[in-house]
Write a protein that binds this ligand. Structure first.
Ligand code: NAP
Length: 205
């Protein structure tokens, strides 16, 4: 999941990077890869104080905020007063609008997911500031991970040693038993996980 950071958002050293859903499976890896590859700053948003602490104290994010604490645009402006260059979007909605508003010229967004809208009963309004994309020359690109399997071998080759050495922290939230699958999925949507949410099957299955 770090691959779209490099391929689609054209991340380069010195960029200021914002990651939403930053304490989840995808976001936690993306933010760390940006840091390990020379981001000027990595800012994360997440849904609890514990997650925010984990991002800054254990994963090396430059700063992080709880999106429940106030408008995302305001918190992002405080964290990145000089703007952002790259946005990795796991959330959509208010986060996406805030990122568009915070982008510097030639800002790039990789759109991975829009979890804030998955349970919407009506189509949510789109970002209200899309016109900023023209003057700031922004690009936003969605992707599906399966379209990028050509980079899988490179990913394994480069990321495995980072995990083994502990430079890249990987965390799982594990629930036991297939009968917990549905409840676990609902809990994932509610933010019950830190890192990857995993349902562990019984040893004899
Ligand atoms: N494009 C692809 O190929 C692809 C592949 C896999 C996954 N995805 C997408 O990538 C995103 C992350 O997936 P993941 O598997 O790594 O899940 P995850 O981030 O580990 O778990 C989902 C997280 O979303 C957060 N969340 C829930 N409701 C939210 C809201 N209204 N606003 C902000 N955050 C909210 C929760 O954390 P908080 O406590 O922080 O709210 C929850 O822990 C999802 O949108 C998923 O659909 C895309």
């Amino acid at each position: 999941m770090g691959r779209p950071l490099f391929r689609l958002a054209e991340f380069k050293a010195g960029d200021v990077v914002f990651v939403s859903g930053a304490a989840g499976a995808v976001g936690s890896i993306v933010g760390q890869l940006a840091r390990l590859h020379g981001a000027a700053a990595v800012i994360g948003s997440a849904g609890t104080p514990d997650k925010v602490r984990w991002l800054t104290e254990e994963l090396g994010f430059t700063s992080a905020f709880d999106y429940h604490d106030g408008p995302v645009a305001k918190q992002l402006a405080q964290a990145a007063p000089d703007g952002i260059d790259v946005y990795f979007d796991n959330v959509g909605g208010e986060h996406l609008e805030a990122a568009i508003g915070a982008f510097n010229e030639f800002g790039r967004g990789a759109l991975c997911g829009a979890i804030s809208a998955y349970n919407a009963t009506e189509p949510p309004p789109g970002p209200r500031n899309m016109s900023l994309m023209v003057g700031r020359k922004l690009s936003l690109r969605g992707f599906i991970v399966g379209d990028h399997y050509d980079m899988r071998d490179e990913f394994i080759e480069k990321v495995t040693p980072l995990v083994t050495s502990g430079e890249l922290v990987v965390r799982e939230t594990v629930r036991e038993g297939l009968d917990q699958a549905a409840a676990t999925f609902i809990d994932l949507l509610r933010g019950g996980n830190t890192g990857k949410m995993v349902v562990k099957l019984a040893d004899d299955v």
